[in-house]
Design a protein around this ligand. Structure first.
Ligand code: ARG
Length: 465
């Protein structure tokens, strides 16, 4: 068993179960890269501030770099008696370079160390997720571009409401993702703050230069208050919160794909590679991928409650409760990345049944509002038009007719102002074309929206470079 760095004031050894119970190495080992990066920056700062000699800094840096490679190559076995990734790496360093390794922890505590590691981790993963959202947005744009003229029914209450274009529907998904992207962009600002130097809670007695590690680790700013720096985890709450909203959006997209791929709707077909069969019913092709994405929202929303509850009522400054932040966070990140990846790859593998969508758009008197608007343009007040069209729909229902199948003579019985041009607006094409303003469903408006979206994506990419 390895000796613990804090052994000095203890006379008895840790109970074996307590040791396992309090250890975090099994999960926080995933932070090793950030821990080593943070330690090298800290050692450089100690050197520049005259606390470590050049040779001491060089030995520490070389030792840590070797450890980084050894961990990456799977050559290191961590020890549970050393509790966490921070103490494990420090102990391996000391084994490697001798007593100089024991100087690394000068002017630092695991409290600011773990806060630094987790911020660096969150920053990296935020950037990864932002890139993945961008890829999915691009995928939606290429689907939308093909379908600016594809007509489908638009729904309210899941009842056919008015004809829309499928491209317009895809662009609604795009808008949701755009806001998700912005939420990650925004929470990143409050993540990328350097807590290093806060030490245990009150700062340190050494003449440290905190701005040096801020620059070295590419943080935007140095944190303002040492107590807050070691105890704050709201950046994790924000990250999981942004992830929950993104996940909620993915469940909405998934739900639509699931409904659309039923035989009742038959709007889309998922490719075989993104579906699974049934072990008993040979005819079945199940939309498992969107279903699983929908189901995975459960754990992400659950983790939001975990992290909120972990932080609730914690007195300043660091408490061991904070160690519980990692597993929910890691699970959220893994699942968000998995869901985005599979959704992005699924999109081009969906075939769109244009004929069925078009047919369906004609059902349910979807152009009734257009008929009312037509009468308004003849000078009749909207409420009266609503009534007139209501009677026309009732007549059509009683006689098993669609609106374009009713004769002009019959229309004139309902209102004499109706002329033969009414048939132009009763078609689903006429209906979508007439909703021709910023943000509406007309194909040329959808094309404009797609152009703006491509500019938005270009902007994102230029800023990332
Ligand atoms: N493993 C700990 C965590 O994840 C590191 C910090 C421990 N600090 C302490 N004073 N016990 O939060």
């Amino acid at each position: 068993m390895k000796e613990k760095p804090w052994q000095g004031r203890f006379t008895e050894s840790t109970d074996a179960f307590v040791e396992a119970f309090t250890a975090s190495i099994d999960f926080d080992k995933r932070l090793y890269k950030y821990d080593i990066k943070g330690s090298i920056a800290h050692a450089l700062m100690l050197n520049k501030s005259g606390i470590l000699s050049d040779s001491e800094y060089r030995q520490i840096k070389t030792g840590l770099t070797e450890i980084l490679n050894e961990i990456t190559d799977g050559k290191i076995e961590f020890s549970i008696s050393l509790e966490d990734i921070h103490m494990n790496i420090e102990s391996i360093l000391t084994e490697k370079i001798g007593d100089v390794g024991k100087k690394l922890h000068t002017g630092r505590s695991r409290n600011d160390q773990v806060a630094t590691d987790i911020r660096l981790y969150c920053r990296d993963e935020t950037d990864n997720i932002k890139k993945q959202i961008t890829l999915l947005m691009e995928q939606l744009l290429s689907v939308a571009k093909i379908h600016t003229h594809t007509i489908m029914p638009g729904f309210t209450h899941l009842q056919i409401a008015q004809p829309i274009t499928f491209g317009h529907h895809m662009m609604a998904w795009f808008e949701m993702l755009k806001r998700d992207y912005q939420r990650y962009e925004d929470s990143r600002k409050r993540t990328n703050i350097n807590p290093l130097g806060a030490a245990a809670l009150a700062g340190t007695t050494y003449p440290i230069d905190r701005n040096l590690t801020t620059e070295e680790l590419n943080f935007d700013v140095t944190s303002e208050n040492s107590l807050d720096s070691v105890s704050d985890r709201d950046f994790i709450i924000e990250l999981i919160s942004a992830s929950s909203i993104l996940m909620m959006h993915l469940t909405r997209f998934s739900e639509e794909l699931i409904i659309w791929s039923t035989s009742q709707f038959n709007f889309v077909e998922l490719s075989d590679s993104f579906s699974t069969g049934s072990s008993i019913m040979p005819q079945k092709k199940n939309p498992d991928v969107p279903e699983l994405i929908r189901g995975k929202s459960g754990r992400v929303f659950g983790h939001l409650f975990s992290i909120l509850t972990i932080m609730k009522s914690q007195p300043l400054a660091y408490n061991k409760d904070n160690q519980e932040d990692k597993e929910p966070l890691f699970d959220v990140i893994d699942n968000i990345k998995g869901c985005l990846k599979v959704f992005t790859e699924m999109m081009p593998n969906i075939s769109i049944n244009k004929e069925r969508m078009h047919q369906s758009a004609k059902e349910g008197f979807s152009t009734a509002t257009d008929l009312a608007d037509y009468l308004v343009k003849k000078g009749i007040p909207f409420r009266s038009c609503h009534d007139i069209v209501g009677s026309i729909v009732k007549y059509a229902l009683d006689n098993n007719l669609t609106l374009p199948e009713i004769s002009l003579a019959k229309y004139k019985e309902f209102n004499k102002l109706v002329e033969s041009d009414v048939f132009d607006i009763l078609t689903v094409e006429g209906s979508v074309n007439s909703r021709n303003h910023y943000g509406a469903t007309a194909p040329n408006q959808v094309s404009e929206a797609i152009n703006r979206a491509y500019k938005y994506i270009d902007n994102i990419k230029n800023n990332e470079d």
